[in-house]
Design a protein around this ligand. Sequence first.
Ligand code: SF4
Length: 186
Amino acid sequence: MENYIPITFLNDFIFCPRSIYFHGVHGSMSQTQYHGKAQTVGKLAHESIDEGTYSTKKNVLMGTDIFCEKYNLSGKIDVFDIDQKKLTERKYKIQKIYDGYVFQVYAQYFSLIELGYEVEKIIIHDRSANKNYPIALPSEDKEMFTKFEKLIEEINQFDLSDPNFKPNIEKCKKCIYSHLCDFSLV
Ligand code: SF4
């Protein structure tokens, strides 16, 4: 398999391109060693899916490994109801629908399409508020689709040693990798 982009990198790259390097380095560590609280709670929201305990309903894909050849992406389907043609991504708590959230469901969407599934609805679900946020399909939202493709291109072209990289102090303050990063401003 060629190098692929983990779907989880899409959101991280938007936060800070350098963070995907540290995300990758820590991929081999126990996640409890480096996950911040918010990320750990979010991860727990996914565990019932990863362990296949969310639903016993037939024709539902949960935590299924997927790969998108067109964009060279790899990850997992959160919940896909084959009969309803509905893709759902669950989050523990949603303050706003960040672009990165949308791009992550786009990545799942394109992977499913390549596998021959029909996807007619995309939902991002806030578990804490029990609220659904409908997301337009890529074909219905040209602006977001263009941004998605641009992001993939930027990730493919990113150079970790780029001396012109400019960190953002507000992001560094919130970054869980600041103690490891040479460019950290905190
Ligand atoms: S410390 Fe700052 S520059 Fe380094 S990865 Fe985090 S946000 Fe990016």
